[in-house]
Design a protein around this ligand. Structure first.
Ligand code: ADP
Ligand code: ZN
Ligand code: ZN
Length: 755
C-alpha cells in the first residue's frame, strides 16, 4: 500500500502541515513527487488541488480515516512541483523534516506587512533638473524649489532622498511630489536594495572580446550543453584569468535562447565589484539577493523572478531557489567556499543541490575557482565533471612572487616578535615608498591547537591525524573521536618548553603594527569591525582610496576589491588554519594562502607575498607558495584516501545539542548503541557497509555554545546509500525514543565547516 503526503497550499502557515492520502493502485506508477493532484479535503470533502511532497509506505493515521487521491490534476511537473521535488531530495540527502526542506526551497510569503522604504530620485539628467529649478524660481514655487535643490545637492550617484525624511525636512507634501513625478522630473522608488546601482548610460555597449583560450572554454561548454552532455563544468583558472568574462558570455548565450540564469557568489558584500560587472553587462535584467534580506524582501525578489521581470539572479546559496521556470544555467563562482554549505537544517551543499536542480530543469552547471575544492577536482579527475584549465592571467597581469619564512629560525635567532626580520624589512621598504601592505591572519575555526615554537611540532590525535585542541582545564581533545590527554609542558619532539596554544587576533596585530611602525595608518577588518551594514565596503573602499597604509584582516580581505597599491602581502602564521583540528584544514590553508598571495601586485608594480610559518615543509604551504594546485591536490588526495575522508569516502555527522549536560551524555550513549545496532542490521540484512566506521561520540569543536552542550558522532563509509539508510533508521528512532526528547539532533552530510 502506498501513501502520499501532500500540501494544499504553498504559503507560510500551510507548509507546517502535510496531509496524507492513499494512492489508488491505478495511479501508483504515474504519480511522482512534485505533481499536482486532486484530493477530497475536510469534512465536506471539498475538491482541492495539492502538491505531492512525499511518497511513502508508512501510514501515519488510522488507515480507515485516510482518503484516496482522486486523480492527477496536471501531467508533468510545474515549477513549484520541481522545487518541491528538490526539497524532497534535500530532505533525503541531508536530513531534515519535509517542512524544513520546503521552507528552504519555496519563497515564503511574508507573514506581516513590512514597511517599504521609499525614496525620491531625479528622473532626468542634472542639467535638465537645474533648468527646471530655474523655472520654479521664476514662478516662485517655493516647495518645488526646495525639493529640486535638495535633489541636486544629494549625492549624484546615491539613492536620492529618503521619502519620509524629505517630507519632514523640506516641509513639502505628497502633493508637491505628485505633479513633478507626472512631469517626469522625479521618480518615487521603493526599496532601495533592489535598485540597479548602474545607470543605463554605464551599461556596456560592447562586451570585451574574449581571448582565444577563454573563447575555447565558452565554445566547449556550449557545445557540450547542446549535445546533451549533462555533466557540470569545472573551470580551474587562476585569479585574473578571465573566468568572470566567461560566465558572462555563457549567460549571454543562455539569455539569447530565452532562458534564465542563476549566479551564486560567496558573499555580496565582499564581491560587489564583480556584481557591478554583471549589471554593466546585462542592465535591468539582473537582480541581486544578499544574505541580509528579510524573508519578505526575499519573497519580493523571487516574485520579480517568477513574473519574468529579471532573468539573471545573483546571490548567495539561497539564490539557488529562484523560481525561474526556464532556467538555463547555474554558475557557482569560488565554488570551493565553505559558505556554500548551509549551517542550518537542512545542511545542504549548494553545489550538489544546484546539480540536482539543473538535472530536473534541463539547465547546465558551471563551477569556477582558482583553487577548486578537492571534492570537485576529484570529480573532474574521475570524469563526473568536465574540467577546463586556465593556468595564466590575462595579458598584462603578473602573478606575485612568494617567499616562505621559517618562524622556528626566527626564534632561534632570538626574534620573538610576530614579524620576521624579512617581513619587517619589506614592510619598512613599502611604507617608505608609499605603497600599501596587507597583513593577513588566516584564523579559522578554533585556533587552539598546541604547537612547539622551537621545532614546529604539532600535537595530533593518534587515531584521526588532525591536531588536538586545547580545552579549558588543560586538556587536549580530538574533535572527531574524543581522544584526550593532559596538555604537554615540554615538546615531545625536541624537549623545548616553548610549547603552547597558538593564538593571535587582528586587534593584537593592529596594535603591534602601530607600535613597531609609529605613525603608520592601519585599518582593521574582521568580524567585529564589519558587523554593521556596509561595513565591509566602507573599510575596503577607504583602503583602496589610500586612506591607510596597512590593512590587517582575516580571510575577509582576500576577496573582492582590487588594490593596485598593494605590493606586499604578509601572511602572519600559515599554521593558524593549518591545524584547525578538522580534515579540511590543509585544503582551507592552501586556498587561503593562494588567494591571499594573489592580492599582491595587481597594478603595474609586481608584488611579493611572504608566508610566515612553523611548518615550511608542509605541502599546503609549499604548494601555495609555488602556486601549484596539482601538487597540492595529489598530496591532499593521498591523505584523504589513507584516512578515508571525503571525497575518498562519505562522512555523515550527527550533531547532538542540549542545554542539560547529563541528558546529552545519556543521549549520546544511546545514539551510539542505536547506531551500532543499525549498522549491524544493515551489514547483516543488506550485506552492505563492510567498510563502515563509527567514530565518537566526541565533544564538538565548540563543546559549549551559548549554554548549549554539543557532541558529534561520525559515520564513515564508501557507500553513500549505507549512510543514508543509517540516517533514515535513526530518524525513525528519534521519533520514538523518549530519552532523546531533550536533544536537538541534526545531520550533516560530508561536513565542510567545523562544528
Ligand atoms: P577572474 O574572474 O578569473 O578573476 P576576470 O574575468 O575578473 O578574471 O578578469 C580579470 C581582469 O581582466 C578583469 O579586469 C577583466 O575585465 C579583464 N579581462 C578578462 N578577459 C578580458 C578580455 N577578453 N579582454 C579584455 N579584458 C579582459
Ligand atoms: Zn619542539
Ligand atoms: Zn581522534
Amino acid at each position: 500500500m502506498k501513501y502520499a503526503n501532500v500540501i494544499v497550499d504553498i504559503s507560510l502557515d500551510k507548509l507546517d502541515r502535510t496531509f496524507q492520502y492513499r494512492v489508488p493502485a491505478e495511479l501508483e506508477d504515474a504519480l511522482g513527487v512534485g505533481m499536482q493532484v486532486l484530493v477530497p479535503f475536510g469534512n465536506g470533502s471539498r475538491r482541492l488541488t495539492a502538491y505531492v511532497v512525499e511518497l511513502t509506505d508508512v501510514c501515519e493515521w488510522e488507515p480507515e480515516r485516510v482518503k484516496d487521491i482522486i486523480g492527477i490534476a496536471e501531467k508533468g511537473i510545474r515549477l513549484e512541483g520541481q522545487l518541491i521535488a528538490l526539497a524532497s531530495w534535500m530532505r533525503r540527502m541531508y536530513g531534515s523534516t519535509m517542512n524544513q526542506a520546503l521552507k528552504t526551497v519555496l519563497p515564503v510569503r511574508r507573514a506581516v506587512q513590512e514597511k517599504v522604504k521609499k525614496s525620491i530620485v531625479l528622473a532626468v539628467p542634472r542639467e535638465e533638473a537645474a533648468g527646471s529649478l530655474k523655472i520654479f524660481e521664476k514662478k516662485n514655487q517655493k516647495a518645488r524649489m526646495r525639493l529640486m535643490e535638495a535633489l541636486l545637492n544629494a549625492e549624484p550617484d546615491g539613492n536620492g532622498l529618503d521619502y519620509s525624511g524629505a517630507l519632514k525636512e523640506l516641509g513639502i507634501t505628497a502633493q508637491t511630489i505628485k505633479p513633478l513625478a507626472e512631469m517626469g522630473l522625479v521618480r518615487v522608488e521603493a526599496d532601495t536594495i533592489f535598485r540597479n546601482p548602474v545607470k543605463p548610460s554605464e551599461v556596456q555597449a560592447h562586451p570585451v572580446i574574449l581571448y582565444p583560450r577563454q573563447q575555447a572554454v565558452v565554445d566547449g561548454i556550449l557545445s557540450r550543453a547542446a549535445a546533451g552532455d549533462k555533466r557540470p563544468s569545472l573551470i580551474h583558472g587562476v585569479t585574473g584569468s578571465g573566468k568572470t568574462e566567461i560566465y558572462m558570455e555563457l549567460i549571454a548565450a543562455v539569455l539569447e535562447a530565452g532562458k534564465q540564469a542563476i549566479v551564486l557568489i560567496p558573499e555580496i558584500a565582499l564581491t560587489f565589484q564583480t556584481v557591478l560587472r554583471f549589471y554593466k553587462r546585462f542592465g535591468d535584467q539582473v537582480s541581486i539577493m544578499h544574505s541580509r534580506l528579510s524573508a519578505g524582501e526575499r519573497y519580493d525578489q523571487f516574485e520579480r523572478a517568477r513574473k519574468g521581470e529579471v532573468r539573471v539572479m545573483i546571490g548567495p546559496r539561497s539564490a539557488l531557489f529562484t523560481p525561474f521556470d526556464r532556467l538555463g544555467i547555474i554558475v557557482i563562482d569560488e565554488e570551493h567556499e565553505g559558505s556554500y554549505k548551509s549551517e542550518t537544517v537542512p545542511r545542504y551543499h549548494a553545489r550538489e543541490t544546484a546539480i540536482e536542480r539543473a538535472r530536473m530543469s534541463g539547465a547546465f552547471v558551471v563551477l569556477g575557482s582558482a583553487t577548486p575544492s578537492v571534492d570537485s577536482y576529484e570529480k573532474a579527475r574521475i570524469g563526473d565533471y568536465q574540467l577546463y584549465e586556465l593556468p595564466v592571467r590575462v595579458p598584462g597581469r603578473k602573478l606575485p612572487e612568494t617567499e616562505i619564512v621559517d618562524l622556528r629560525e626566527e626564534l632561534r635567532m632570538g626574534n620573538r616578535s610576530i614579524f620576521s626580520a624579512r617581513l619587517e624589512e619589506l614592510i619598512r621598504d613599502r611604507l617608505s615608498k608609499k605603497q600599501q601592505v596587507m597583513l593577513f591572519i588566516n584564523r579559522r575555526g578554533y585556533a587552539g591547537f598546541v604547537s612547539c615554537r622551537a621545532c614546529g611540532h604539532v600535537i595530533k590525535c593518534p587515531h584521526c591525524d588532525v591536531s588536538l585542541s586545547l580545552h579549558r582545564g588543560g586538556r587536549m581533545v580530538c574533535h572527531y573521536c574524543g581522544y584526550q590527554r593532559p596538555a604537554e609542558k615540554k615538546c615531545p619532539s625536541c624537549g623545548s618548553s616553548y610549547i603552547g596554544a597558538f593564538r593571535a587576533g587582528t586587534q593584537q596585530v593592529t596594535e603591534l603594527v602601530q607600535k613597531e611602525f609609529p605613525g603608520v595608518r592601519v585599518l582593521r577588518m574582521d568580524f567585529d569591525t564589519t558587523k554593521q551594514k556596509g561595513g565591509h565596503e566602507q573599510i575596503l573602499e577607504a583602503f583602496s582610496r589610500g586612506e591607510a597604509d596597512v590593512l590587517v584582516g582575516t580571510q575577509m580581505i582576500v576577496k573582492g576589491h582590487d588594490f593596485p597599491g598593494v605590493t606586499l602581502v604578509g601572511i602572519l602564521a600559515a599554521d593558524l588554519s593549518l591545524y584547525a583540528g578538522d580534515f579540511h584544514a590543509s585544503e582551507r590553508t592552501f586556498q587561503l594562502l593562494t588567494q591571499a598571495a594573489g592580492r599582491a601586485g595587481r597594478g603595474d608594480e609586481s608584488g611579493i607575498a611572504v608566508i610566515q610559518t612553523y611548518s615550511p615543509d608542509h605541502y599546503s604551504v609549499k604548494a601555495a607558495a609555488a602556486q601549484d594546485y596539482k601538487s597540492f591536490f595529489e598530496q591532499e588526495m593521498a591523505y584523504r584516501r589513507l584516512m578515508n575522508y571525503p571525497p575518498a569516502a562519505h562522512l555523515l555527522a550527527l550533531y547532538m545539542m542540549s542545554g542539560q549536560e547529563a541528558a546529552l551524555e545519556e543521549g549520546a550513549e544511546l545514539i551510539r548503541s542505536l547506531t551500532f545496532e543499525a549498522v549491524r542490521r544493515l551489514q547483516k540484512h543488506e550485506g552492505k557497509g563492510a567498510d563502515i566506521q563509527v567514530i565518537g561520540p566526541a565533544e564538538a569543536g565548540l563543546a559549549k555554545l551559548k549554554d548549549v552542550y554539543r557532541k558529534v558522532l561520525y559515520l564513515k563509509c564508501g557507500d553513500l546509500s549505507v549512510l543514508l539508510a543509517w540516517k533514515e533508521s535513526m530518524e525513525a528512532e528519534f521519533g520514538r525514543e523518549e530519552r532523546l526528547r531533550a536533544l536537538n539532533i541534526q545531520f550533516d552530510m560530508d561536513p565542510v565547516n567545523p562544528f
